[in-house]
Design a binder for this molecule. Structure first.
Ligand code: M6R
Length: 613
């Protein structure tokens, strides 16, 4: 996710801003930029790539006088959402006059229509970003009072934002605002620092004001005057932060993986933001434009992916078959081009990749394109190779995933696959009412995940009981079979316990020979079709003395008494159960690995992005 830092005070701003950006690097980013106000002039530098590069360019391009004199500035690390990670798309962005600069976190959902209106009034845009549109809008309203201009502009904006804005005409002050994207103000001795994240400011001050949604603040060295969006004063308490700097980098969590697990309600909200058509009971997926002929010609879906992304595809298969009546196959991407894949113009190929750089998936994509299939991608990293080469697709908007174990990308992938199946389903067989029901389901997902996360302590206690195991089996059926595979993958990659995922029915075709009192089974026995058969499979495991840990639906009246160790997930439609269950399994794997003292964010032998075949 993007990061914001702003400074106004008595010390040179440049060094403080660059150091602040370094403190924000852990969030993941692909470009960076800085703006300083000095002597009635706005100075901007930005580049694709690292903060260190920005720092070098700053020292080479700006003279020492400017660097030592300017005491007001803003800076940003960007994680691309609209337009690739290039210098021109990096923040800060300026308005039409080039005298006002803005950094922004979040997504302006109606930026396309705002941009058209502004272009109609003669505005020229340099970048593909939503942020530049907001800068121009504020600039248009600016008549000498920046707070007025920001309030006026934000009334036209739909979406989320944390912003910091400076003007060459306003020495000694900046204006910040937030809605749905965090922003806080650090109050120091004759200096004030704003940031999207406490880690960027705690080396300067621990006195912090957390802005609420719809707050707008005029920030000077003396502190902050906070207003609401109608420019009426509001008061906000000053809090004291007691985090250590190292903890602050991970938002207070011990590991990135845990932070990313807990980010899932927000990540999922961002994934669905602006994409539900609540009028027609469908989904707006702007990157998936097909001609009516292409759409009508699709006979089959082929999903290509590796690892966790492949497991997401296996769940997606159920969505496409059930909602869109489309036969769907899931292919291990590494295998695809080494056989003779019978694929062509009637096949919709969906390549799924968090990083968008996985070599096996990329090679399969090239093969599918070459064979004339319609190829789209589902990536998290904007501008990644797979996203670029497929041209069409949907971004997850889950925010950067830093922990090697994929967590929030998986749940966002499931949500996008559900929305894609909804879109195709509406054009093939689903009624508007059925579509509206699925929209309602999609909207409920962040809340369901929040509920599941409340089980964290209970799951940690169960993890302590199982942390010494050497082997583990995970079993599930139907939609929960791929989740069993994913749960086992999570456990083995971060805890180094040998874990295998099996279809619950498959256990008795061989693996059951391995069960005894030292080999636990984690059974996914939630309230989805096939549950009773899974209960029978649990009996079979118990009869071999295997300890069984079951994931069940909270309140399910049919739970057999023999279940002792239980993880509960909230009731939901079967379609959403993979999401709640996987969150519980992510927590279980995390706590087992923590108890075993494993290096959770960087497990041995693994890389976040696998760019070799
Ligand atoms: O970036 P991708 O989604 O293409 O990555 C695919 C796999 O390498 C990845 O999911 C891997 O399995 C993760 N470490 C699982 O947590």
């Amino acid at each position: 996710m993007c990061g914001i830092i702003g400074y106004v005070g008595h010390r040179p701003a440049a060094e403080i801003l660059i150091n602040g950006l370094r403190r924000l690097e852990y969030r993941g980013y692909d470009s960076a930029g800085i703006a300083l106000i000095d002597n009635g002039r706005l100075n901007i530098l930005k580049n694709a790539g690292k903060v260190n590069l920005l720092a070098e360019r700053m020292r080479a391009s700006w003279n020492a006088e400017l660097l030592n004199r300017a005491t007001l500035g803003i800076a940003h690390t960007r994680w691309a959402t609209h337009g690739p990670p290039t210098e021109v798309n990096a923040h800060p962005h300026t308005d039409q006059t080039g005298r006002l600069a803005l950094v922004h976190n979040g997504i302006i959902e109606n930026y396309a229509s705002l941009r058209r209106q502004l272009e109609g009034r003669g505005h020229k845009f340099l970048s593909q970003t939503d942020t530049e549109v907001l800068a121009h809008l504020i600039g248009e309203f600016y008549k000498g009072d920046l707070v007025d201009a920001v309030c006026a502009a934000l009334k036209h904006v739909e979406g989320t934002y944390g912003i910091a804005c400076v003007s060459a005409d306003l020495p000694g002050a900046m204006v910040v605002a937030r809605k749905g994207s965090p922003l806080l103000i650090g109050v120091g001795e004759n200096e004030t620092i704003v940031a999207s994240d406490v880690s960027a400011i705690i080396s300067h001050t621990r006195q912090v004001i957390y802005l609420d949604d719809n707050d707008v603040a005029l920030v000077t060295a003396a502190g902050a005057e906070i207003r609401d969006i109608n420019n009426i004063s509001v008061s906000r308490a000053v809090a004291s932060v007691d985090w250590e700097e190292s903890a602050a980098e991970k938002g207070g969590f011990a590991h990135f993986m845990l932070k990313e697990i807990f980010e899932q309600p927000d990540a999922l909200q961002n994934t669905m933001r602006g994409r539900l058509d609540e009028e027609m009971g469908s989904a707006f997926l702007a990157g998936l434009q097909f001609t009516p002929r292409e759409m009508a010609g699709i006979r089959r879906v082929v999903i290509l992916a590796c690892g966790t992304s492949m497991h997401a595809g296996m769940v997606g298969r159920y969505f496409f078959e059930e909602l869109a009546d489309l036969p769907t196959e899931v292919e291990q991407a590494a295998e695809f081009r080494y056989r003779n894949p019978l694929i062509g113009g009637h096949d919709l190929v969906i390549a799924i990749s968090q990083s968008g750089e996985t070599a096996d998936t990329l090679a399969a994509v090239r093969e599918a394109i070459q064979k004339g299939a319609l190829v789209v991608s589902l990536c998290n990293v904007v501008g990644s190779t797979i996203a670029r080469e497929t041209g069409r697709g949907v971004y997850l908007h889950a925010g950067p995933e830093i922990g090697v174990a994929s967590t929030k990308a998986f749940t966002s992938q499931l949500l996008v696959l559900l929305m894609m199946a909804l879109k195709f389903g509406r054009s093939r067989r689903l009624s508007r009412e059925e579509g509206l029901e699925i929209c309602r389901e999609v909207r409920s997902v962040p809340g369901l995940v929040r509920e599941t996360l409340k089980q964290n302590d209970a799951i940690a206690a169960l993890a302590a009981r199982y942390a010494k195991a050497r082997d583990f089996f995970y079993i599930g059926r139907g939609l929960l079979y791929p989740v069993a595979l994913e749960g086992a993958l999570k456990l083995k990659e971060i805890s180094y316990i040998h874990a295998e995922g099996y279809h619950a029915a498959e256990l008795k075709h061989g693996p059951i020979a391995l069960l005894d009192e030292n080999v636990p089974v984690l059974a996914l026995a939630c309230d989805v079709p096939g549950k009773d058969k899974t209960f029978s499979n649990i009996q079979e495991c118990r009869a071999r003395q295997a300890p069984v840990l079951s994931v069940v639906t909270d309140g399910d009246p049919s739970l057999p008494e023999m279940l002792t160790d239980i993880i509960r997930v909230p009731p939901s439609s079967p379609r959403l159960t993979p999401i709640t269950v996987v969150v519980a399994l992510q927590l279980f794997a995390y706590h087992v690995a923590r108890i075993r003292g494993c290096p959770i964010d960087q497990p041995k032998n693994l890389a976040k992005s696998v760019t070799v075949e």
